[in-house]
Design a protein around this ligand. Structure first.
Ligand code: ATP
Ligand code: MG
Length: 269
C-alpha cells in the first residue's frame, strides 16, 4: 500500500511532494504514480532522509524535481512552502563529479555566491569556511579536476558548494557510488560530521543499505514503476553515530531487515 500523508497545514515543511506522477510517451510509459513525500523542517536538528529503490524506479527523478531541473507530469513540488522555481530550489551533489575543471576549488565553492552577486572578498571568505569544513584546506587554489584532486576530494568540493548555495537542504544522488571503499567510508564520516555541525536536511539516494542505515534517520523505499513509496523505516539509532555502530547487533539486524523489505518490494506490482 502506498504511503500517503494527510494534509498538513504547516507551511514550514522543508520538502513536500504531493500527488506526483511522471509519465513519458503521452502516458504510455508510467514511471511514478501517486507519490507523496513530506520532509518536515527540524530547525537546529536537520534530518537525514534516504531513498532506496531498484534501478529505474525514479529516485533521481525525485531529486531533479526538488532541484528544479524537471517538473512532474502531475503533482506539486514545494520547498519551504513555496513551489520550486529558479529562485527556490535545492542544489544537488551528483554521482559523477560536477565541478568546473577550469576553475579552482575556491572559485567552484564560491560559485553560488558569485551568481548571487556577492563581492569577491566576501564570497571567498565564506567559501573558505566551507572548504575547511569539508577538509580541503590547503587545496583551495588547485583546479577542481581529476587527477589534480582525487575523486573523494572532488565530491568534497561539490558538497561544500551545495552547502554554500543552500545550507538548509542538500540533495545527494549516489554521491559516493564511484569511490573506493576506503574513501567512501571517509566520506560517510565527513557527512556525519557536517550533519552534526550545521544540521542541514539531507535527501540522499544510495544502493548501499549499510550506508543508508548508518547515515539515515528516515528511510523510504520505492517499488518498481509505476513507483511510489511503499515502506518507511525510522532508524532508531542514536542521532550521533560513529563507525563502531556498524558492528552493533541492532545495526546489523536493521540492515538485514531492510534487505528483506527490498526483496519483498521487488515483487510488488
Ligand atoms: N525522457 C524520457 N523518456 C522515457 N523515459 C525516461 C525519460 N527520462 C527518464 N526516463 C525513465 O525514467 C525512469 C526513472 O529514472 P531515474 O533516473 O529517476 O531512476 P533511478 O531510480 O534514479 O535509477 P538508478 O538507480 O539506476 O539511478 C527510468 O526508467 C528512465 O528510463
Ligand atoms: Mg539515479
Amino acid at each position: 500500500m502506498a504511503i500517503t500523508f494527510a494534509d498538513n497545514p504547516q507551511q514550514d515543511n522543508i520538502v513536500s511532494l504531493r500527488g506526483i506522477s511522471q509519465s513519458y510517451d503521452q502516458g504510455k510509459t508510467r514511471i511514478i504514480e501517486g507519490l507523496d513525500l513530506l520532509v518536515e523542517d527540524k530547525p537546529a536538528q536537520g534530518q537525514f532522509v534516504v531513498i532506496l529503490g531498484m534501478s529505474g524506479c525514479g529516485k533521481s527523478t525525485l531529486l531533479r524535481y526538488i532541484a528544479g531541473l524537471q517538473t512532474p507530469t502531475e503533482g506539486e513540488v514545494l520547498l519551504q512552502g513555496k513551489p520550486v522555481g529558479p529562485d527556490n530550489r535545492a542544489s544537488m551533489v551528483f554521482q559523477q563529479y560536477s565541478s568546473l575543471p577550469w576553475m579552482t576549488v575556491l572559485e567552484n565553492v564560491a560559485l553560488p555566491l558569485q551568481f548571487a552577486g556577492m563581492s569577491r572578498a566576501d564570497r571567498e571568505e565564506k567559501a573558505m569556511e566551507l572548504i575547511r569544513l569539508v577538509g580541503l584546506s590547503g587545496h583551495e587554489r588547485k583546479y577542481a579536476q581529476y587527477p589534480t584532486l582525487s575523486g573523494g576530494q572532488l565530491q568534497r568540493v561539490a558538497i561544500a558548494r551545495s552547502l554554500l548555495a543552500n545550507a538548509s537542504i542538500i540533495l545527494m544522488d549516489e554521491p559516493f557510488g564511484a569511490l573506493d571503499i576506503h574513501t567512501r567510508l571517509q566520506m560517510q564520516e565527513l557527512l556525519g560530521k557536517i550533519w552534526n555541525e550545521i544540521h542541514p536536511t539531507v535527501i540522499f539516494v544510495t544502493h548501499d543499505i549499510a550506508e543508508a542505515v548508518y547515515l539515515g534517520d528516515e528511510i523510504y523505499i520505492m517499488k518498481a514503476p509505476p513507483s511510489t513509496f511503499v515502506e518507511h523505516i525510522h532508524i532508531d539509532l542514536p542521532l550521533y553515530r560513529n563507525k563502531e555502530i556498524k558492528r552493533d547487533k541492532h545495526f546489523v539486524e536493521m540492515v538485514y531487515h531492510i534487505e528483506d523489505l527490498m526483496v519483498k518490494v521487488a515483487d510488488m506490482k
